[in-house]
Design a protein around this ligand. Structure first.
Ligand SMILES: Nc1ncnc2c1ncn2[C@@H]1O[C@H](COP(=O)(O)OP(=O)(O)O)[C@@H](O)[C@H]1O
Ligand SMILES: [Mg+2]
Length: 300
């Protein structure tokens, strides 16, 4: 499967509506509106021709004798946002964890195929996993600040790398908190515990922590699913800003979110990549019937 080339978008496109006579599956409150044209992002045309940053090729993954990913082929272009959508258990988190080799820690795992990041085959023999992970920031569903000060939460990755210079650390903390949209709210209390922040602030703190080591790729696994709508929209705006400097892969089961924040969307079902394309195209004129059924709420 390959990415669609730059295409003309039809302003009068029709949005598939759920069938009125079918019961819709239960979804969260933010999730049960159909995607509207206003939700769709304005993708910068230049981004569509950007070079590949992450390339997944003929990738299979087994947990023991259960296959969780089947022959995945996916390209994420530099400075774009790729959303991974699909029903629970379809392999989104597994794929995300395969991009920074976090699955390595799981017993009985077997993989085949390739994942390259910035052209480097990350599963090649001799790859240093610690060095590799420095190139990838990861943000999880549940924010997980360390029981340390706000400053030390953000400085953590640099300290682990051996950075001791106070000025370097201060610069990195300020830069990262600014990039995460949190600086103004915390600049006067950097010594306070990160655990004292609100849920949305904690998640932005975790994003700042991930950004501090200047990763090339930001991997986000349902980063807003524990947040209220206001905190969610802060993070969504942030994602839009962050793609200027980073390449982002975000798992979400909120289709409005995928539509709002991503340039490309890929739809997974039972461990298979059913369709990938420009977000605008996938949500308005999907190629596959199964994608259409999913985005219009016929199963989920
Ligand atoms: N550590 C694991 N060990 C065994 N099976 C797992 C593990 N993690 C996930 N799975 C299975 O792999 C499949 C895909 O899971 P996951 O990637 O978490 O899906 P998603 O993120 O789309 O909800 C599911 O069937 C899940 O039960
Ligand atoms: Mg998951």
């Amino acid at each position: 499967m390959h990415l669609e080339p730059l295409m003309e978008l039809d302003p009068n496109r029709s949005i598939p509506e759920p069938l009125p006579d079918l019961p819709l599956p239960a979804r969260s409150a933010v999730d049960d509106r159909p995607v509207k044209p206003g939700d769709l992002p304005l993708t910068d045309a230049a981004a569509l021709d950007a070079p590949p940053m992450v390339e997944v090729g003929a990738f299979n993954l087994h947990y023991g004798n259960k296959q969780a990913l089947h022959d995945i082929n996916l390209t994420v272009r530099k400075n774009t946002v790729m959303a991974l959508i699909g029903p629970s258990g379809c392999g989104k988190s597994t794929l995300l964890r395969s991009i920074n080799r976090m699955n390595d820690l799981i017993d009985g795992i077997q993989i085949s195929g390739s994942v390259t990041v910035g052209g480097q085959d990350i599963y090649a023999p001799g790859v240093d996993v610690i060095t590799l992970r420095k190139r990838m920031g990861m943000v999880f569903q549940k924010s997980n600040p360390f029981p340390k000060s706000i400053f030390e939460n953000v400085a953590y990755g640099l300290r682990v790398q051996g950075e001791k210079d106070k000025a370097v650390l201060e610069e990195a903390v300020e830069r990262s908190l600014m990039a995460a949209g949190l600086w103004d709210e915390v600049k006067d209390r950097l010594k306070d515990s990160g655990l004292g922040l609100s849920g949305g602030q904690q998640q932005r703190l975790c994003i700042a922590r991930a950004l501090a080591v200047k990763p090339e790729v930001l991997l986000m696994d349902e980063p807003c699913s524990a947040l209220d709508p206001l905190a969610t929209s802060r993070i969504e705006e942030l994602i839009f800003e962050l793609k200027r400097d980073f390449t982002i892969v975000i798992v979400t089961h909120n289709m409005q979110q995928a539509a709002r924040v991503s340039d490309y969307t890929s739809f997974f079902w039972l461990g298979r990549l059913i369709e990938v394309g420009l977000t605008e195209k996938l949500f308005t004129n999907p190629r596959e019937r199964m994608t259409e059924d999913y985005i219009s709420g016929r199963f989920g």
